[in-house]
Structures are given as C-alpha cells and as structure tokens.
Design a protein around this ligand. Structure first.
Ligand code: ADP
Length: 414
C-alpha cells in the first residue's frame, strides 16, 4: 500500500477513492476501521462516520484507522474532509488532524478542501462554492455544521489545541512546487505547523500534491488526490479501475428523495416499467412491504433491472414526516429497503444500484459488506464497486449525483 486514507464520511470516501482510481491507483474502500490483512492495492480508503461524531470518538477512530494503515505500509495519511469544510467550533477537522500529526510525528501538514472540477476553490485562504464565498452559500444554513465564515485559517485555528495554522497563498502556488516548499519552510520557522493552501485549478492541486509528497499527513477534500498517483509513477489506466466480470441479475434500490433521484426514478419507470413503490404509511401500519416487494421482484429478475423505491416528491415526503416523524420514517424506510436488498442478493442479484447516502449505508450493512474495490466512474463522484463478499457489483449514489438515465446507463457500463 502506498497511500492510506481516512474519510470522515461514507460518500466522501467513495468520492476520494474514485479520484485516486481515475488517476491510476488501484483502490479498496473499507467500511469502518479494517481488521486483518491488507488487500493488494495502491491505496486503502477507510470510510468512517466521524464528521459530526463527538470529538473524542472521531479522534479515537481516526487514530485506529491510521495505525492499521501505517502497519500495512502506508507512507502518507490523507485525511479526507468535506469540500465545504463541514465542521463545528469544536471540530472535528482540527482535533483529528492534530491527533494524526502527533501519532505520525508529522512536523507540518497542508490543508485544502479545493476541488475546482466541483466548483470548490480556495483563494487567500477563503473557500468559494461556485461563485460565492462559503459563508454566502447554502452551507451557512446547514443543520449540523453551519459554515458562516469562509476564511479557513480563521475557521481552523480555534479547533486546534496547540498548533498554529498559516496560509500558503496563491502567489506561492502559482510559482510552483519549489515556491510552495519554500513557503512551508518559512512558515515552519515562524512556528506554524499547518497551513491552508490556496488552489483554483487542477494544476494548483498537482503542485500542492508534489510539494507535500514528503509530508506524513495531508488534510484535503477529494481534489488533492488527482495529483498523488503520479508521485508514485502511476498514470491513468483502465487496469486501475478493472473489476471482476459482472454476472447475475440486476436491480435498483432507491431511498433518496432528492430532485435528481426523483428524475431518475421517473426516467426508469418510463423506460423499463418494472418498479415497486414502498409507501412509508403502509409500513407504519405494519404491512410487510419488504416481503411483498420480493414476491413481486423475484419472478421479474433478469437482464433488465427491477426497481424498488421509496423515492417521493417533497410534498409527499413532508406529509409522511408530519405523520410519522422524519427520523422514524427514514429509519423505517431504510430498514425495509435494506431487507429488500438482502433478499434480492440472496435471490441472485449481483449487480445492484442503490440511491441515497443513508440508504446505501443501510444496504451495505445489511449485506455484511466491509470492503469495496473501486471500479470505473459512472457519473462524477459515483463509481462501480465490487464487494468480493458477498460477490456483488454495487453503485452507491448519494442524493443529487448522476444524470437522469443513471439507473439504466449504469448497467451498460459493467
Ligand atoms: P440522499 O442521499 O438523497 O440524502 P438518503 O438515503 O441519505 O438520500 O436519505 C433519504 C432519507 O429519506 C432516508 O432516511 C430514507 O429512508 C428516507 N425516505 C425515503 N423515502 C421516503 C419517503 N417516501 N418518505 C419519507 N422518508 C423517506
């Protein structure tokens, strides 16, 4: 293993893994801290659920992941955070970064959530989402991690216990690797041990990746990953994304209610027709819709995918949530869809698309999956994956990702 990665949430982990694969690395994503031997790949991405966990828990899990990754040969630890730098005044970006640096004896770390391809840029230490500052973006209203300051130096400093955070600004990055290294050396002389790094283009990210090749810890969104495989002599190749041949029958499970997913469900029904709807109100009445969905689906399994969905338009979701409570409705639907996913896989489905971040988490858990090999990209941020246990190809699509024909086009790419 050349690179060890720790991601603070599941879909972020996949996003990072996808970028590494596209740039030529063979990558496995693990669900939680792995145990046992390391897979034979270039990078392992450990997916945690630590973004909004209590600080001590996030630190402990991240350290456990770092120790496993180091034990299995990782020279550098890439701490993957959200591209909108989602964190609270307490963390968890600062405390986890600091703990990883202490653990690895790192004397300096760069920090950059920039990912220009996804419209996240950092200039003079300020994070832009598209054309607006982070603090003017919808992220300022986020229910768990409202981001009301776009100045990342100012955001990160109070999260740190003893370290000081500086800035590698664009004047240095634009002059290239040597200038960034000089800037790091100068910051270190002044007593800074972390720095927010500006990046407004893919070239800037490649410069930063080269300049931080010797650093034991980097803290970044998924963007910096585009420059790392080249440091190990790797180039983009179909081989990096190669998965075992696809076998078995096909299904789609959809529990996301985002605008994109609603469009994908409507498109699928218009194209294929084979769809079974899960109504949360009937679930709450005690009806066993998972069993009904499986009875409906099993005779229909074949080369053409079947769809089981709870996806609904915002007004319908609101009505359900008013009656059942948002959390209860969500948990009920997730449980049901995960049961359906298990039943389908037991019945021979080996190519499965799941829509929804939480829904994906529930299905992956129900299927007992702990490791995923990352394959070719279907749409930005969403690759095909393969779980050797239980032997299934999976595409896990979070909310608003994917074009309207995602559910049908995905299978054509396997
Ligand atoms: P996304 O990635 O779009 O946020 P998630 O799966 O993370 O999708 O979240 C969607 C949540 O909505 C899940 O908890 C799911 O169980 C729930 N849900 C799905 N369908 C409905 C529905 N018809 N009514 C209420 N809640 C629903």
């Amino acid at each position: 293993m050349k690179l060890g990665c720790i991601a603070d949430d599941f879909t972020g982990a996949t996003d990072l893994a996808n970028n590494l694969v596209r740039a030529g690395m063979r990558v496995v994503q693990t669900i939680g801290v792995p145990t046992g031997p390391a897979p034979d790949v270039d990078a392992v991405v450990v997916a945690l659920k630590s973004r909004t966990a209590p600080v001590a828990e996030a630190v402990a899990e991240s350290l456990a992941a770092a120790r496993w990754l180091r034990r299995h040969g990782a020279g550098q630890i890439y701490f993957k955070v959200c591209s909108t730098f989602d964190s609270t005044a307490q963390g968890n970006i600062g405390p986890v970064a600091e703990a990883l640096m202490d653990e690895l004896g790192a004397d300096f770390a760069i920090v950059t959530p920039a990912f220009p391809e996804n419209a996240r840029t950092v200039f003079k230490g300020h994070l832009f989402v598209g054309d607006v500052l982070l603090s003017d973006s919808p992220m300022r209203h986020h229910p768990l991690t409202p981001m009301t300051d776009a100045n990342l130096v100012r955001v990160l400093q109070p999260q740190l216990r003893s370290r000081r955070v500086g800035l590698i600004d664009h004047r240095a990055v634009a002059r290239g690797e040597a200038a960034v290294r000089e800037r790091i050396a100068a910051l270190m002389t002044e007593g800074f041990t972390l720095a927010i790094a500006d990046a407004v283009s893919d070239d800037d990210l490649r410069v930063l990746a080269r300049a931080s090749a010797d650093l034991r810890v980097v803290v970044a969104g998924s963007g910096l990953a585009i420059g790392i495989p080249a440091l190990h002599g790797l180039v983009p190749s179909a081989q990096a994304a190669a998965l075992p041949p696809a076998v078995g029958t096909r299904a789609v499970i959809s529990g996301s209610c985002s605008a994109a997913t609603n469009g994908q469900v409507a498109h699928f029904i218009a194209q294929c027709g084979a769809a079974f709807a899960i109504d949360p109100l009937r679930l709450a009445e005690g009806q066993d819709l998972a069993a009904q969905a499986l009875t409906w689906a099993l005779p229909r399994l074949g080369a053409r995918p079947v769809l089981v969905y709870a996806t609904a338009e915002p007004a319908a979701v609101k009505a359900v949530q008013q009656q059942l409570g948002a959390e209860q409705a969500g948990a009920l639907v997730e449980r049901t869809l995960a049961t359906v996913a298990s039943g389908l896989v037991q019945a021979g489905v080996k190519q499965l698309v799941v829509a929804g971040g939480e829904t994906s988490g529930a299905c992956v858990q129900a299927l007992g999956i702990t490791q995923l090999r990352i394959g070719p990209q279907i749409d930005p941020g969403v690759p095909w994956c393969h779980a050797a246990v239980p032997g299934v190809h999976l595409a896990l699509k979070s909310g608003n990702f994917g074009g309207p024909d995602f559910f049908t086009r995905a299978f054509a790419l396997l």
